[in-house]
Design a protein. Structure first.
Lengths: 260, 300
């Protein structure tokens, strides 16, 4: 018998505020009936507008007691709806889902690399790594404005890159990794596809075992639709199989991910 | 109150089925629902050999629905027999296997392989829009639909449901053709062909350009087609397309469906099948219906 799980649950909104241009932090009261999320997992948020039916997967940014912190970018109509949510209201949530980052292994120095809204999951990850005795650098890239730096600084040495050069290093995270000659015993990354592809190649040349957290469009979030697949290397005729980002991932060993 | 229904000699404890491809083989739903309460689990399309499916993106949201181009990724019939039948048999529910193929002989191979296996029903999917050959090609032409139906019927040991595509100009003609070819029941509708374009990139969002539209947006089309088919044939009809609530399901029953299937709604809410069942029961209580059979096709 599998463990019973609570279904779609209306979660109370404790805060929903803008923390950077087009970036919001949403703090929810985490109901006890839901499983406690881990670093690298995500939750499905749903719109109230019934013409937008599909889940909006958002990564766990931080779990702070019984509060769940999420950070999202306003991208389309769904996240624009979320931006209008008020404290005291509720939002429909299902989850948490996904495998999360693997924190197994002997503690050492970790390298966390993120781009844009790939940065939120790094907060809970850094917290969990520190609790397990790791020290770490976080290298995060933004278009022009950083966020979550204060939270990350509690656990890690933070290095910022911006495309525009408005803050920190002017350039991308890979260039910054090289410039600062950073290294580590394990690498964890989340961000846009092209960045992850760069990180994969970088980690390979440095011989650092890496985990990548991927994104794909989701129909369900819990493994039922087989919509959210990504190419994972396999020992078969075609050299790959499609695995589900929502259930087999979103975190995969970097060496197994085949980018287009 | 009687909810049990009969599909080609197979009794279902209630009319709620799962729509193929939206429920896997049920494992993903076990944390949320009691599978014993389902009338029938219709599993994801099963092919003779493993299919890898289409490249991502495979899913895109649309107004009141979604378009998918999963392309019937499945681990093949041998895996299904070894892993899924024993697992599903733990539950007191019916098992219906959705069969897919690229050629008549591939469909026949799956039905033949399942002949000696412990499953209750077969559903011939001649209506998937997501594969290049076969699939929908069989579903849009009366002669081809009849040919694959009779070929599979010859080897099938379980009652055969034929699942129709809505992407046709005369659904009644196809329904009559598969009835003539020996189908034991008809299910409909599969997804409607659709596309979405990213206007900034000027590109189709789905890697396959087009895919199958499902969800509440398609319900009126489905209700109309179920009625047309129920008028045209004597076979039991299984209705689906956009069912989100018990009330939606009742519409299909009134239009002539003996049983109904919940698809996209299960992806949006893993408890949807149970909510649909409870909604149907509530409707029957409120309107004083003793036996669901009284409602079938009773629209005026
Ligand atoms: C595992 C995972 C974790 C994520 N974590 C975060 C996070 O912490 N913060 C954050 O800001 N964003 C995150 N995203 C991306 C976020 O889900 C999308 O930006 C969001 O769904 C866009 O919704 P929309 O309605 O504003 O956009 P629209 O374009 O209107 O959305 C239409 C549909 O496309 C889907 N979609 C659009 N863009 C994406 C995308 N990039 N990835 C997946 N689905 C998409 C939507 O979910 C919706 O179903 C994550 C995505 C995944 C897969
Ligand atoms: C993600 C997805 C996968 C599907 N896969 C199959 C399949 O394998 N075989 C099949 O006959 N129909 C398949 N369908 C069609 C559904 O079974 C159903 O006919 C259709 O979605 C309409 O019902 P709905 O609006 O309730 O989803 C699929 C639909 C979706 C959304
Ligand atoms: S989103 Fe449905 S299987 Fe991953």
């Amino acid at each position: 018998m599998v463990e019973r799980r609570a279904g779609r649950t209306a979660c109370k909104i404790l805060q929903n505020r803008q923390i950077a241009d087009g970036i919001f932090e949403l703090v929810l009261q985490w109901p006890k009936i839901l499983q406690r999320p881990t670093a690298g997992q995500f939750v499905n948020l749903y719109c109230t507008n019934q013409d937008r039916l599909l889940p909006r997967p958002i990564s766990v940014c931080e779990i702070d007691g019984d509060k769940l912190h999420l950070v999202y970018a306003v991208l389309g109509r769904g996240t624009a709806e979320f931006a209008t949510l008020q404290t005291g209201g509720v939002i429909d949530l299902l989850g948490p889902f996904g495998n999360g980052f693997s924190l197994a292994g002997k503690p050492g120095r970790a390298l966390l690399v993120s781009g844009g809204v790939g940065t939120p999951p790094m907060v809970e990850l850094a917290k969990q790594l520190q609790a397990r005795g790791w020290s770490m650098d976080v290298v995060c890239g933004f278009r022009s404005q950083s966020y979550l730096i204060e939270q990350l600084s509690r656990y890690a040495d933070v290095h910022i890159a911006t495309d525009s050069g408005a803050e920190g290093f002017s350039g991308n995270v890979i260039e910054l990794l090289d410039q600062e000659t950073l290294s580590g015993d394990a690498l964890f990354a989340c961000g846009p596809g092209p960045m992850l592809k760069g990180v994969q190649a970088w980690a390979k040349t440095k011989g650092i075992p890496a985990q990548l957290s991927l994104e794909e469009r989701m129909g369900c979030g819990f493994g039922a639709c087989v919509g959210c697949v990504t190419k994972i290397a396999a020992d078969n005729e075609s050299g790959f199989i499609y695995k589900k980002v929502c259930k087999d991932g979103p975190v995969f060993p970097a060496a197994e991910v085949l980018f287009q | 109150m009687k909810l049990a229904v009969n599909i080609a000699g197979v009794e279902l404890k209630n009319p709620v089925m799962t729509a193929s491809g939206t429920f896997g083989s049920g494992r993903d739903f076990e944390p949320w629902i009691d599978l014993n309460r389902l009338g029938c689990v219709v599993v994801k399309g099963v092919a003779a050999t493993p299919w890898e499916g289409n490249p991502p993106p495979r899913i895109v949201e649309t107004w009141g629905g979604m378009i998918n181009s999963v392309g019937l990724q499945n681990p093949g019939v041998e895996y299904f027999i070894a892993e899924d039948i024993p697992w599903l048999r733990q539950f007191d529910t019916r098992i219906c296997v959705n069969i897919v193929g690229r050629t008549v002989s591939e469909y026949v191979a799956v039905a033949e392989r399942l002949a000696s296996e412990d499953v209750d029903l077969l559903e011939l999917n001649i209506s998937c829009p997501n594969i290049k050959e076969g699939g929908v090609a069989f579903g849009v032409q009366a002669e081809a639909a009849a040919a694959v139906t009779s070929a599979v019927k010859k080897v099938a040991r379980q009652p055969l449901i034929v699942k129709l595509s809505p992407n046709v100009s005369d659904i009644a003609e196809i329904a009559r053709a598969v009835e003539g070819a020996g189908a034991d029941a008809i299910s409909l509708i599969n997804t409607l062909l659709g596309s979405r374009i990213d206007i900034r990139k000027r590109k189709f969002i789905l890697s396959m350009k087009h895919g199958g539209l499902s969800g509440p947006a398609i319900k009126p089309v489905a209700v109309r087609m179920v009625w047309q088919v129920a008028q045209a044939v004597k076979l039991p009809v299984i209705g689906m397309g956009g069912i989100m609530t018990g009330e939606d399901a009742i519409e299909f029953i009134l239009a002539g469906a003996t049983a109904i299937a919940v698809g996209t709604a299960s992806l949006l809410n893993p408890e949807a099948t149970m909510q649909v069942l409870e909604g149907m029961e509530r409707y029957m209580r409120e309107t004083g219906v003793e036996d669901i059979a009284e409602l079938v096709g009773s629209v005026k």
